[in-house]
Design a protein around this ligand. Structure first.
Ligand code: NAD
Ligand code: DAU
Length: 350
């Protein structure tokens, strides 16, 4: 069946992989990528689909209710996959309000626009909200996050994502909107903005710059290759049950320090440096304020009920990721120089 799907945040890291997957795999769907192009939005991520007949980009901020109404009208939006967000925990510590504005206020604006556009036929449409495992808080004594785990967000970022999840559920309950939510663990892979741990380290190792490890590097994250997350989003969109939540993760826990060492070792091999060269760059720095100790997702529900599984082992995914960054120096140069922000003006007219 033909659909006009609004994907928000499609110029970002995960959103761009979701957009590419949907544009390529579903030629009958029209994909409308809505993104404000903040510092995290990069249209260079989408070069391979930008001329596809079933792809449209609109530069809109989800804080702008009038523009959202216009997009729903003009493109006759049938479904939403909502990824637009402020996503970096460190930035949320220095500027929490920016996270409230986009992640909470922006999400409610989007819910309102969908509710208005879909009016009496709310049951024919789907609002899919993409969220994070951080809403569940921090694990200390073993165990995993289940879909039934109580929310306990600890950072301004996770508090804003938790609030947005609550609003999505409130709209489902109050207005009978068809909604679905997924909560995913840490992603890694191509097009990851180099403020986040893995791409930051790859870039710094390449340039022989210090590798800042917060605290003792003992914090644990559960890593999933970004294209496997995009496949999971495809699965939840098409097979998920409205009103449900699905946890997405790779059963792949790593201490930060072990990841950084693995990157050092692999980069030494690939760059032909003597073993141990890059490890000397590791620098233990002041810990992140309120740093969550451990995240670990139990992804049994999506595996059993919807048949999704990660396709890659971590070591394969890391190889692909490092190789991508080494082969795409232009992408990194444009991001680090800021040149990527000129792409819109030079390729799209207002
Ligand atoms: P990202 O920061 O790379 O991209 C976010 C995108 O949203 C950017 O293109 C940005 O321009 C856009 N955006 C920001 N504010 C906007 C606004 N007000 N209006 C319109 N567009 C706006 O983020 P990401 O890492 O790709 O994460 C995408 C989504 O997935 C987020 O909702 C995040 O919470 C969630 N998530 C991320 C991870 C992860 O490991 N990165 C894991 C689980 C869930
Ligand atoms: O769990 C899902 C979340 O994963 C997403 O919801 C977020 O959007 C995403 O940014 C990510 O959050 P983290 O805070 O876990 O990711 P980050 O890459 O910033 O940090 C990973 C770990 O590495 C974390 O324990 C902090 C640590 N770290 C991070 C940076 C940037 C360092 O030790 N040094 C660093 O320089």
């Amino acid at each position: 069946m033909s659909k006009n799907i609004l994907i928000t945040g499609g110029a970002g890291f995960i959103g761009s992989h979701v957009v590419k997957l949907f544009v390529k795999n579903y030629p009958d769907y029209q994909i409308i990528n809505l993104d404000a192009l903040t510092y995290a939005g990069n249209l260079e991520n989408l070069k391979e689909v930008e001329n596809s007949p079933n792809y449209t980009f609109v530069k809109v901020d989800i804080q702008d209710a009038e523009k959202l109404d216009e997009v729903f009208r003009t493109h006759q939006i049938t479904d939403v996959i909502h990824l637009a967000a402020e996503s970096h925990v460190d930035r949320s510590i220095s500027d929490p309000l920016a996270f409230v504005k986009t992640n909470v206020f922006g999400t409610v604006n989007l819910l309102n626009a969908a509710k208005k556009a879909w009016a009496e036929k709310l049951d024919e449409h789907l609002f899919y909200h993409v969220s994070t495992d951080e809403v569940y808080g921090s694990l200390h004594d073993g165990g995993f996050f289940l879909e039934s785990t109580a929310y306990d967000p600890q950072s301004p970022y996770s508090a804003s994502k938790a609030a947005s999840d609550h609003f999505v559920r409130a709209y489902a309950n109050t207005y009978k909107m068809r909604t679905v939510i997924s909560n995913c663990s840490n992603n890694y892979g191509p097009n990851h903005f180099p403020e986040k741990l893995i791409p930051l380290c790859i870039n710094n190792i390449k340039n022989m710059k210090p590798l800042p490890v917060y605290g003792k590097g003992e914090n644990v994250r559960d890593w999933l290759f970004v294209k496997d997350h995009a496949r999971a989003i495809d699965t939840v969109f098409h097979k998920g049950k409205a009103g449900e939540t699905y946890n997405i993760g790779g059963f792949n826990e790593w201490k930060n320090i072990d990841i950084v060492r693995l990157l050092c070792q692999k980069m030494d091999e690939k760059l032909g440096r003597p073993s141990g060269t890059s490890e000397k760059l590791i620098t233990f720095v002041k810990d992140r304020a309120g740093h969550d100790l451990r995240y670990a997702i139990d992804a049994t529900k999506i595996q059993k009920e919807l048949g999704w599984e990660p396709s890659l082992q971590f070591e394969e995914g890391i190889e692909i990721t490092i190789d991508w960054y080494l082969a795409n120096q232009d992408w990194l140069d444009h991001v680090t120089s800021g040149a990527y922000q000129d792409y819109y003006a030079s390729h799209y007219s207002e």
